[in-house]
Design a binder for this molecule. Structure first.
Ligand SMILES: Cc1cc2nc3c(=O)[nH]c(=O)nc-3n(C[C@H](O)[C@H](O)[C@H](O)COP(=O)(O)OP(=O)(O)OC[C@H]3O[C@@H](n4cnc5c(N)ncnc54)[C@H](O)[C@@H]3O)c2cc1C
Length: 498
């Protein structure tokens, strides 16, 4: 059976749905279809916080390189867009259908710099304060006692707390449901199915997709927004090495119901991004006694079978130590595992590629929920070719066909990764004897990281969090991940000619 659409969006997460809704708003005459399985197994969007953080995500890398600055520019654009994005969605679905999102919406994020934070988190906290100052973002440093819901254990009390007034969170699951409803209201067709293949007859333009059950859907344009699955789908039509591989950033989050331990905090309380992972965060949900605790992050080439128990244990211990000790006696309501789509260089894949009719809206790593309104606007403008101004935007840096973006040299990457590795060990509970600082840990990690880079023949500098977890084991040098990486780099150099 064959059906027709003008635009097919492959993937029904926050990105795919936002792009579809935005296209349908701008061009109601087009037939837009979103294809994705109803269960959304391991989708990032339904496991997300979902913090709407721009300055809260700043790290020491943000100001260091034009591409990092471009990502920050997208996040700033999204920060400005959120109030109108929510209002437009509410208008699309009607107030009653938007109640769950409104009830979960919290404004204001408190970023804590705890006495037990690692060095990297401390540096990121300083970078965040400097960025808020530089860009005139409404913020202030507040006394920890003034933050409702912040009640850490002795020994973990915050040294400093930054209040970002405009940043907050929504319930990710309620938001996906509202986006789906908005899509329906805008006459977007929602197809509960999985795409097996992109159709590209005789090597020309992409002309549609084939579904798992054999049906085909034809279209003039296909937007790839299938999260971690996007890499494999793109690989069907683009040559090896054309696009950086999509890695899996598996994360665990948990929602809890409070026992009789007083009210939960009404705002997001989080740490800065930490070595090798995201920030620890506790987010208020719609129910007065409900909270979300997130999240772990382990980046791998292949899908991870699950989440390490040890890491889950650390996350929950740290939430009750650093944010609110009453969390330890709250009741687990729901466990969620989601996979962040992470290109090898950790920058998103956005926009058109060399194959006519194929566009990318993926690879958003840890802030895809927040950035979704800005990405949706850009994709819609690109697809509908309605503005010349869209040509010169921060998004030009994220063209999908590229060598991995390198923001430092390989020796710098070795040093940075060693620092991150030592800090990760500290965050995970390593305690040095009183006569030693963390230098031996860093040296140990540096030796292994150097060996890993040497094994790549002609390496590129990778972000520390990509290298940190999977390559520290010396036996990993001959593992499948390293082999895949070597083969990818060979193909990428041959394809891009560098
Ligand atoms: C634990 C966790 C916490 C996070 N916290 C935050 C946060 O606080 N703030 C923030 O901004 N971001 C956060 N993120 C990141 C954010 O969730 C992602 O960047 C974003 O949601 C990615 O959206 P997506 O639509 O691209 O991918 P996904 O949400 O993964 O959606 C992809 C969809 O495509 C579908 N699909 C897959 N294969 C196919 C196929 N072959 N055919 C059709 N459909 C297919 C999947 O079923 C899925 O529904 C978090 C992520 C995790 C995992």
């Amino acid at each position: 059976m064959r059906s027709l659409a003008d635009v097919i969006v492959v993937g029904n997460g926050a990105l795919g749905l936002s792009v579809a809704v935005e296209i349908a708003r701008r061009a109601p005459e087009l037939k837009v279809s979103v294809i994705g399985p109803a269960e959304r197994a391991r989708a990032a969007s339904v496991a997300a916080g979902a913090m709407l953080n721009c300055f809260g995500e700043v790290t020491t890398y943000t100001g260091r390189h034009p591409v990092s600055a471009a990502r920050f520019a997208v996040a700033r654009e999204a920060l400005d867009l959120w109030p109108q994005w929510l209002a437009a969605l509410e208008e699309d679905v009607g107030g009653a259908n938007f109640r769950a999102v409104r009830a979960s919406w919290s404004e204001g994020t408190f970023v804590i710099m705890s006495s037990s934070s690692g060095r990297i988190a401390g540096e990121n906290f300083a970078a965040m304060c400097a960025a808020a100052e530089e860009h005139g973002e409404p913020h202030e440093l507040v006394a920890p006692e003034e933050v409702a819901g912040l009640s850490p254990r002795l020994g973990h009390r915050p040294l400093r707390v930054l209040h970002l007034r405009r940043e907050g969170a929504v319930d990710g699951r309620a938001m996906v449901a509202a986006l789906e409803q908005a899509a329906r209201e805008r006459r977007v067709e929602l197809v509960p199915a999985t795409v097996r293949a992109l159709l590209r007859p005789s090597g020309g333009a992409v002309s549609g997709v084939e579904l798992q059950d054999g049906r085909t859907v034809s279209a003039g344009a296909v937007v790839l927004a299938a999260g971690v699955a996007s890499g494999a789908l793109a690989g069907q039509v683009l040559p090896p090495g054309a696009v950086p591989p999509m890695l899996h950033g598996t994360g665990l989050a948990v929602t809890v119901k409070r026992a009789n331990t007083g009210p939960r905090g009404p705002h997001v309380i989080r740490t800065p991004n930490r070595a090798g992972t995201c920030g620890l965060h506790v987010v208020p949900l719609a129910g007065e006694d409900e909270q979300y605790i997130g999240a772990t992050n382990v980046i791998t080439f292949d899908p991870a079978p699950g989440v390490y128990l040890g890491l889950a244990q650390t996350m929950m211990r740290q939430a009750s130590e650093q944010v609110d000790e009453a969390l330890a006696v709250s009741y687990v309501h729901r466990w969620m595992i989601g996979t962040r789509p992470i290109p090898l260089d950790c920058y998103p894949l956005i926009g058109a590629c060399s194959i006519p009719g194929l566009l990318f809206a993926t690879g958003t790593y840890r802030d895809g929920f927040h950035s979704s309104p800005a990405i949706a606007r850009h994709l819609a403008a690109l697809l509908l070719q309605d503005t010349a101004a869209e040509k010169d935007t921060p998004f030009t840096h994220f063209a999908p066909e590229r060598m991995p973006i390198q923001t430092m040299s390989v020796p710098e990457a070795v040093d940075d990764t060693a620092r991150h590795a030592a800090d990760t060990m500290h965050d995970q509970g390593t305690r040095m004897p009183w006569w030693l600082d963390s230098t031996p840990l860093e040296e140990w990690a540096r030796a292994r990281i150097r060996t890993f880079y040497e094994s790549l023949e002609d390496p590129v500098a990778l972000p520390p969090e990509v290298v940190d977890p999977q390559f520290l084991d010396p036996t990993a040098i001959e593992t499948r991940s390293v082999d895949l990486l070597r083969r990818y780099l060979r193909a990428a150099r041959a394809h891009h000619g560098t």
